[in-house]
Design a protein around this ligand. Structure first.
Ligand code: FAD
Length: 395
């Protein structure tokens, strides 16, 4: 293949990190490696959040620095600029979770619109991520999951307000040539999120992709949904933006299905999730003339499959059609080696006040301790890079 990517090129992978930043990352992953220690720290983080205890500085100096891009837009934009130097795109993600009042949702909408419109030192974000749970109460989303959303719907004021918030963000993105990834959540509120995403795609993706919906391929029904969405987009004449992930809420989904005595909506075996993910990658990339796909994963095999598809389906303009994305602080060997070989690669860049980022950090800790081999792989790569830097210094 023309653009072979060497994911073991660690100099390229970690070039953007100073020695001290690399050591801090090593330290944080070392803690995550020990589930019991990680659990104690997660407990302290939850208590800090609940009782506003003064451990904020400890979190800010460690996990926050590794997984978040800053506390305010200025700090986040400095990271965007740094990543641009390495041809890595940015997905600005304003973290604000757990709010339960309408003014906070309006405030979050304003912040995201500001992020889309801001140009700092000539730099603008390339993408924003949009968590619908930051614009409405998850309980309200759950209660209204099956409601048919439409532009003509007037009777439910809260739903109209939600639609208007999402529309404001997508319109601003459309006007400013920024793209929006709408994140996927748990099944009990995903139908309403799918509806909102489809309305926005049919409105703003008429000529090119601005809005993306996220599909969690651990769900048994998502290949069917993908096929339906691809067909619908032809009928309604819009270009689909599809972000593929495996899914972050497996334990919770399985537990709730068991408690409620219904069929588990997610696969029980990882191999089934992997097969569904691969199938979705093939389906989307086959239709590259109409679909822009974001492959959001830390799984090297999935990325290799996408690279193979780019080659076998003859996708010449792959930079526009196929995007790769990883979370800030994770899998730099994938992001930076893809970007160095001229593939479209981005980092999800969460930013926000430390307290508001704690739920996000807890999810990262939980994910890292539960995904087999993830921490070991990150640590091995960091250790090798530390050694490599040491040897080069001695020479
Ligand atoms: C840029 C980016 C954006 C993301 N956005 C979202 C989002 O909007 N919504 C969301 O839910 N998640 C999101 N995620 C998280 C994602 O869903 C995964 O949890 C995470 O990336 C790990 O999966 P993987 O493909 O990277 O790696 P892998 O390590 O190959 O896969 C781990 C994943 O496999 C699945 N899995 C593990 N064990 C089993 C099992 N026994 N049976 C079935 N499935 C299993 C789970 O989904 C688990 O997370 C995002 C991830 C990235 C990198």
């Amino acid at each position: 293949m023309k653009n072979m990517v060497n994911f073991r090129d660690l100099e390229t992978a970690f070039k953007y990190k100073s020695n001290s930043e690399l050591c801090l990352t090593w330290f944080v992953f070392m803690i995550l490696r020990y589930p019991s220690l990680s659990k104690v720290i997660q407990y302290f983080a939850k208590v800090t959040l609940k009782y506003r205890l003064p451990f904020k500085w400890a979190i800010r100096m460690t996990a926050f620095r590794v997984f978040c891009s800053g506390e305010n837009p200025q700090e986040a934009f400095a990271t965007i600029k740094l990543l641009h130097n390495y041809n890595v795109k940015s997905v600005l993600d304003y973290v604000s979770e757990g709010e339960i009042n309408q003014s906070a949702y309006d405030e979050n909408t304003n912040k995201i619109v500001e992020n889309i419109e801001t140009i700092l030192e000539g730099t603008r974000t390339d993408f924003v991520s949009l968590k619908i749970t930051g614009l409405e109460d998850p309980e309200f989303l759950k209660a209204n999951n099956k409601v048919v959303i439409s532009d003509e719907m007037h009777e439910n004021v809260r739903l109209v307000n939600l639609l208007n918030r999402v529309d404001r963000i997508c319109r601003s993105a459309f006007n400013n040539q920024v793209m929006v990834y709408i994140d996927a959540e748990e099944t009990w509120m995903q139908d309403i999120i799918d509806s909102l995403a489809e309305i926005m795609m049919s409105k703003y993706n008429r000529n090119k992709v601005v809005v993306f919906n996220t599909l969690q391929m651990y769900r048994k029904d998502r290949l069917m949904y993908l096929n339906r969405l691809l067909e619908d987009s032809k009928l309604k004449e819009f270009f689909p933006g599809i972000k593929l992930v495996r899914g972050a809420y497996r334990e919770m989904e399985s537990l709730l299905a068991k408690q409620e005595g219904r069929e588990n909506p997610v696969f029980e075996y990882k191999v089934d999730t992997d097969n569904a993910f691969d199938e979705a990658v093939r389906l989307c990339l086959q239709q590259h003339n109409r679909v822009v796909t974001c492959i959001a994963t830390h799984n090297e095999e999935s990325i290799l499959l996408a690279l193979e598809c780019i080659s076998s389906f003859g996708i010449i303009n792959y930079y526009e059609k196929v995007q790769f994305s990883q979370l800030f602080g994770m899998s730099d060997h994938l992001t930076f080696n893809l970007s160095s070989r001229k593939y479209h690669a981005s980092k999800y860049l969460p930013y926000g006040e430390v307290e508001k980022a704690i739920p996000y950090l807890i999810r990262r800790a939980e994910e890292n301790t539960s995904v087999d081999g993830q921490i070991g792989r990150e640590l091995d790569l960091i250790n090798l890079e530390i050694k490599r830097r040491d040897t080069t210094k001695v020479k």
